[in-house]
Ligand binder design. Structure first.
Ligand code: GDP
Length: 298
């Protein structure tokens, strides 16, 4: 490297750039692995996944002296390896309308995500319709209408408290008649009454299958990153209520780094279609395994 301009003649000859201080190194031993495990559990990876990740890092490396940079690199690589198979955008089918059922607990970000997705599909030249299937929550219907306006997409609504399945049926009829590419159906997220919700979702699926036996083509579960480990329970629960085909994780713009996604990928292997990174219409990103791993490791 060229010497600094202030270097004297001799300095120029020998090079005066101070040697970079060596990064401290630590031997990879049981103690370090245990600390690493704790750190990963705290980052919401869950015990099973944390153990698997540390075991993979340990393999063939015990006793080796690692710098923080090297350890970060190993960790990021290991996490990216788990996440790469699940990083898959929402698949688009030639089927018209492609029916996307959106499920998740209240507040997870279903409405917002539907609005963002609608906007992206519109931008990609698709015609989109939305059905406000959470007919009990007037506020949810209103929010969805606002998102529909923002995205330039029609929102089908029904009288408050009316049967969501009949709304879904009407929405299918209209989407077919108008040749819409996509129909996104919002659903209720009242987990307090699981039995009710299960029946409601099953009925929606039943009636749309009368129109198209292959529908719904996707059942998206929307999860809130700030709920941490709770996301695991939500996936367990919603998989019993509906045939969940993929995930969207919202609110990754805050302090939550979404470590639970690693546990989810490791345990369920469900595709992660997108991540929410804010409250605005463009704040929905594709899920990138490498970017995610690097951000998580920090
Ligand atoms: P729903 O009850 O599942 O339909 O949830 P909403 O879509 O109404 O979202 C609940 C709250 O979370 C709203 O205040 C949204 O603005 C907010 N929200 C949704 N997605 C994101 C996100 O990716 N980042 C942030 N910061 N807020 C979000």
């Amino acid at each position: 490297a060229p010497a600094a301009p202030s270097a004297g003649l001799v300095g120029r000859l020998f090079g005066t750039a101070p040697a970079k201080p060596e990064e401290p190194r630590r031997a990879l031993d049981d103690e370090m692995l245990e600390e690493l495990e704790d750190m990963l559990v705290q980052a919401d990876l869950g015990v099973d996944t944390a153990l698997r990740v540390t075991a993979n890092i340990a393999e063939g490396r015990m006793g080796r002296r690692l710098s923080a940079t090297e350890l970060k690199e190993l960790l990021a690589t290991e996490i990216a390896r788990i996440m790469t198979p699940v990083a898959r955008p929402l698949p688009l089918y030639p089927k018209k309308p492609q029916v996307v059922l959106v499920v998740g607990v209240n507040g997870a970000g279903k409405t917002t995500t539907i609005g963002k997705l609608a906007s992206q599909f519109r931008a990609a030249g698709k015609s989109v319709m939305i059905a406000a299937g959470d007919t009990f929550r007037a506020a949810a219907v209103e929010q969805l209408q606002i998102w529909g306006q923002r995205a330039g997409v029609p929102v089908m609504v029904a009288a408050q408290g009316s049967d969501p399945a009949s709304l879904a049926f009407d929405a299918m009829t209209r989407a077919e008649a108008e040749g819409a590419d996509l129909l996104m159906i919002d659903t209720a997220g009242r987990l307090q009454n699981r039995q009710d919700l299960m029946e409601e979702l099953a009925k929606i699926v039943r009636v749309i299958r009368k129109k198209d036996p292959t529908a719904p083509h996707n059942t998206l579960l929307v999860l809130d990153a700030t709920t941490g480990q709770n996301a695991l329970n939500q996936v367990e629960t919603f998989r019993q209520l509906a045939d969940v085909s993929g995930l969207v994780m919202t609110k990754l713009d805050g302090t939550a780094r979404g470590g639970v996604l690693v546990a989810l990928a490791d345990r369920f292997g469900l595709p992660i279609h997108a991540i929410g990174v804010g409250e605005q219409i463009d704040d929905l990103d594709a899920f990138d395994a490498n970017d995610f791993a690097r951000a998580l490791v920090g």
